[in-house]
Design a protein. Structure first.
Length: 382
């Protein structure tokens, strides 16, 4: 039985604690230790067993416990250091998304994986979906005809308190190190990764980026982007955290014979000829995949290279454009107050349907995109 440790046991780490508790109850793993600067609080469905050791320093935990597998759920700007330490300690690793924030970090961590011979899985859990696999088969079988574009759209809301949850919330840098907490990089990163995973060409050559904000933050709460590839259709993304109506998250594949829509958080899929979306059951847990078959990972680090290339462009972009407050309706009272951009859902839908950028579908507050070329292999042009 493998001994599993969790680094980052608070906040989103609680969801990993629940999964570890499930696997421990099934006799699949032993929970060896938690490491977190803050004392992790017990949760009803994620209790802390008396035998689980608690550390405030991850390096000390790795030295003393020597776990077989480490789950890392810490801020993105800490991922390279902590994942390197875990791999070099001899552990296999499940690393939360977004994995890294530059292609230099991606190359560095790839070198650690090669040198240590350990397995590294990235936590884009929606890539383990049977619905995504069925959509890929439908594309390969020609059911959609020639693919002309892939779009991702999502409309969520986030309250004032969301931007006070951690020292890096809403920030570009922390202690001089780059970090990202915008709609693209964090809550709706799955939308971008799902769309990139469906692109037939893994080699992006250009990113066009529009980022907007309704708050005094340093990152985007609304954005659109287009990724162009050396060959194959573009990927477009249009998302917000200031939505009117909730769109859980959809990936839309446009083809000459019709289009397909995958609602990736729920695994609901609509293919050409279907009357309505249907739930496609089956999602492989990424930690179980890492435990059972570390040589055949669902999301190895290499699969996320295009995502990291796009994210590096986001990280280097200026502070997002501030949308006129007259176009934004506050809903509720602090700390639960949320901003809603009037007409944003129609704009997002128009961008996904075109598909194109917000500045290309008649949005009055949109601005021309920042354009960044990428070298072969997805590295930004310097």
């Amino acid at each position: 039985m493998k001994r599993v440790a969790l680094i980052g046991a608070s906040g989103h780490g609680i969801s990993h604690r629940r999964n570890l508790a499930r696997l421990a109850r099934a006799g699949r793993i032993e929970i060896a230790a938690f490491a977190d600067p803050r004392p992790p609080e017990p949760q009803p469905d994620a209790p802390i067993d008396a035998t689980t050791r608690i550390f405030t320093d991850h390096a000390e935990m790795l030295r003393e416990v020597r776990p077989d597998v480490v789950v890392i759920c810490t801020p993105p700007h800490t991922h390279l250091e902590i994942a390197t330490d875990a791999l070099e300690s001899g552990a296999d690793v499940l690393l939360e998304k977004p994995p890294l924030i530059s292609t230099a970090e991606h190359r560095a961590l790839s070198g650690v994986v090669t040198r240590t011979g350990r397995a590294l899985q990235i936590g884009f859990q929606a890539l383990g979906s049977a619905a995504l696999a069925e959509l890929r088969r439908a594309i390969a079988d020609g059911r959609l005809g020639e693919i002309t574009a892939i779009a991702a759209v999502a409309s969520w809301r986030r309250p004032d308190g969301y931007y006070k949850r951690t020292p890096w919330a809403g920030r570009r840098t922390v202690n001089g190190r780059p970090t990202l907490d915008g709609a693209i990089a964090n809550p709706q990163a799955h939308a971008l990764m799902q769309a990139l995973a469906l692109a037939p060409d893994p080699d992006p050559v250009m990113v066009e980026l529009e980022r907007y904000r309704t708050r005094p933050i340093e990152v985007d709460d609304t954005a659109s982007l287009r990724v162009t590839f050396a060959g194959g259709p573009p990927v477009v993304m249009a998302v917000t955290l200031c939505g009117e109506d909730f769109i859980a998250g959809e990936v839309i594949v446009h083809g000459t014979r019709g289009r397909a829509v995958l609602e990736y958080p729920t695994d609901r899929l609509l293919l050409p000829g279907d009357d309505m979306p249907r739930h496609v059951p089956g999602r492989r847990d990424l930690l179980e995949n890492l435990l059972d078959d570390p040589e055949h990972l669902i999301v190895p680090l290499s699969r996320t290279a295009p995502f990291t290339a796009v994210l590096e462009v986001v990280a280097a972009a200026p502070v997002p454009y501030a949308i006129d407050a007259a176009l934004v309706d506050p809903v509720g009272t602090p700390p639960d107050r949320m901003n809603v951009i009037r007409g944003v859902n129609a704009a997002l839908r128009a961008a996904a349907d075109r598909p194109g950028l917000l500045s290309e579908v008649g949005v009055e507050w949109a601005r021309p995109p920042l354009t960044a070329g990428l070298q072969t292999g997805g590295h930004p042009v310097r």
